[in-house]
Design a protein around this ligand. Structure first.
Ligand code: C2E
Ligand code: MG
Ligand code: MG
Ligand code: MG
Length: 278
């Protein structure tokens, strides 16, 4: 498609580069170009109240379809973006795009209460983050309660007190704070108690063997209890079966998200889904 690499037309190939390095370089160049040309998209996955089946909110998930490379998974391009210094740009873009979309839904009276945006731990190293989010809420005239930011446990590995200050300042805006993929990373229960989280997301790996008496079920049960004790909203991700849903209901887990309800949808399809369902 005649795409020019972002660095003025030169790819950093050298004879001693192996194939893995070359592919990585190609991907990095394509990603930088996609960010600069605003070719990333957000898709939205519904999150459902287990007690009554109503819509709790949606999680915004980044999507990248390159004309040559095809669909690249976020697991791949987010990790790469963190390594090549592009995650700052992606964080700002996804926050802005989610806020813009939320303002549009509100103007159209589409009943979507909250949008959840994934941020990388690196996004919290920037002390301007709270100010940036405050600016977006003002620009798009959004109540802070319309926005939640999801952080992974990686953020807890960082012992710098500045990171904690940034997290607290974001919460002080009234924005929700969700601990994503809980139970998989470098958990520290003391830091979890310390941070002003409003939501706890049980990682989808705990849904894999969700049978009565299984070890994963025992752990999932404990995580739900931890969230309840801390008065956080507990969200189960990766809910695929009716059986998992019923087990989570029995545990009094608050929210479920997963293919049982819907995969992540582009905004127009999500609105159709919301209108068809409710
Ligand atoms: P995550 O935040 O834990 O998101 C949940 C992932 O599980 C999503 O994968 C979603 O599509 C997938 N999923 C949802 N329901 C089910 C289900 O029932 N079964 C299974 N097997 N999977 C399900 P996705 O979209 O590929 O995203 C992967 C990860 O990439 C996300 O995990 C998140 O950590 C990261 N990510 C995505 N978008 C962004 C972004 O804009 N910024 C940052 N920093 N990270 C992002
Ligand atoms: Mg997430
Ligand atoms: Mg997650
Ligand atoms: Mg996950």
């Amino acid at each position: 498609s005649g795409r020019m690499p972002a660095n003025g037309g030169h790819l950093f190939f050298s004879p001693d580069m192996n194939q893995v390095d070359q592919e990585r370089q190609l991907l990095a160049t394509a990603l930088k170009s996609a960010i600069a040309r605003k070719q990333l998209r957000l898709h939205y996955q519904p999150q459902i109240w287990l007690k009554d089946g109503r819509l709790y909110g949606v999680e915004a998930l980044a999507r990248w379809r390159d004309p040559i490379l095809g669909d690249v998974s976020p697991a791949k391009f987010i990790t790469l973006a963190e390594e090549i210094g592009e995650i700052e740009a992606i964080g700002r873009w996804s926050l802005r795009e989610a806020c813009r979309q939320m303002a549009e839904w509100r103007a159209d009276a589409v009943p979507i209460p909250v949008v959840s945006v994934n941020l990388s731990p690196i996004n919290f190293y920037n002390s301007n983050l709270p100010e940036f989010i405050a600016g977006l809420l003002k620009e798009y005239r959004l109540p802070a309660a319309c926005l939640t930011v999801e952080i992974t446990e990686g953020v807890m590995m960082n012992q710098r007190p500045e990171t904690e200050k940034v997290i607290c300042a974001v919460r002080d805006l009234g924005v929700g704070l969700s601990m994503d993929d809980f139970g998989t990373g470098y958990s520290s229960l003391s830091r979890l108690a310390h941070l002003p989280m409003t939501e706890l997301k049980i990682d989808q790996s705990f849904m894999q063997d969700f049978q009565e008496g299984s070890k994963t079920k025992a752990i999932a049960t404990t995580v739900v209890r931890i969230g309840q004790s801390l008065r956080q909203t507990v969200v189960a991700e990766g809910v695929e079966t009716e059986m998992q849903k019923q087990q989570l209901q029995a545990l009094q887990c608050n929210i479920a998200q997963g293919f049982l309800y819907s995969r992540a949808l582009k905004a127009a399809d999500l609105v159709a889904w919301v209108n068809g369902q409710w």
